[in-house]
Design a protein around this ligand. Structure first.
Ligand code: DGL
Length: 298
């Protein structure tokens, strides 16, 4: 495949389900000339309570499925999969793989704007246990003090659309009690769903705490990487790009209707192109494409 043709390929995005749509939105807003294929592993969500071996296996199957469609880069929108399975995916698919943890951690240090910053991280149980955010933050600033906390109920609350209900505030108050005492300079929203509850989280931790959306930080880093590697799509899209328009293709592993419904709640529109598929065995399918795609990703 010629380089120009390769650059017109879409960017693959995968998540354990619908939450990664917040990352899709950030990428879509930041990169209007790019096309996206999104895979939500709705049959196997949630990842946040599962083990390393299981998350790694799911992540490999998902990334192989997207690679088999023909993509030029993979964005792992799921924080849990980014925290636990990035090295495995990088070793297997032969494409640039961008996770959300590194960009989120770097952005938190940048935004804290002080020496010895205090950084809070809220995420799924698996992400917190992996310590991946604390490691990323300490790579940017060794003297940062980090407090991590799991907030698992935020995921169903966001999907239910209970963004500002009294119940959501009371759960946030309970989860974030220690975080409030810690008084972070910046708080990383280290789970795809948490930006949906941004208002509640901000009001609970206090308005002086800078909230870091890992998806937005990732979109900035993807834009830089595309420019540095000469991978930007040469075809300029004229006119306004709309979220979920027919340039972007969405796949789910189950319950397409529910996905469409929540997509409308998160993004204001349903995907124009949405298909339910099976990813099992995709790691074998992807093998043939890898050699060709590799040429462009040295
Ligand atoms: N997408 C997951 C994450 O960002 C949250 C949902 C899940 O547990 O799968 O960690």
């Amino acid at each position: 495949m010629e380089k120009d043709e390769f650059n017109t390929l879409p960017i693959g995005i995968f998540d354990s389900g619908v939450g990664g749509l917040t990352v899709y939105r950030a990428l879509h807003d930041r990169l209007p000339n790019e096309h996206f294929v999104y895979l939500g592993d709705t049959a196997r969500v949630p990842y946040g309570t599962k083990s390393l071996a299981t998350i790694e296996r799911y992540a490999l199957e998902n990334s192989a499925f997207l690679a088999s469609l023909g993509i030029k880069m993979l964005v792992v929108a799921c924080n849990t999969a980014s925290a636990l399975a990035l090295p495995a995916m990088r070793a297997h698919i032969g494409l640039d793989v961008v996770g959300v943890i590194g960009p989120g951690g770097r952005k938190a240090i940048e935004e804290a704007k002080c020496n010895d910053p205090r950084i809070g991280v809220i995420a799924t149980e698996a992400t917190v246990q992996s310590n991946a955010y604390a490691e990323a933050i300490h790579r940017s600033c060794a003297s940062a003090v980090v407090l991590q906390s799991a907030c698992p109920l935020f995921v169903p609350l966001a999907e239910e659309g209970w963004t500002d209900e009294p119940e959501t505030f009371s759960i946030a108050k309970r989860y974030l009690a220690e975080m409030r005492k810690f008084r972070p300079d910046a708080l990383v929203l280290g789970c795809t769903h948490y930006p949906i509850l941004r208002n509640t989280i901000q009001q609970t931790v206090g308005k002086d705490v800078k909230l870091i959306d890992s998806g937005e930080a990732t979109a900035d880093e993807v834009a830089t990487l595309l420019a540095e590697k000469g991978l930007a799509n040469p075809n300029v899209v004229h006119g306004e790009r709309k979220l979920c328009d027919d340039l972007d293709h969405f796949y789910v592993t189950d319950a397409a209707e529910r996905f469409a419904h929540i997509a409308e709640r998160f993004l204001g529109s349903k995907p124009s192109k949405l298909e339910a598929i099976e990813v099992y065995g995709s790691d074998r399918l992807a093998g043939n494409r890898k050699a060709d795609l590799n040429k462009h990703n040295q």
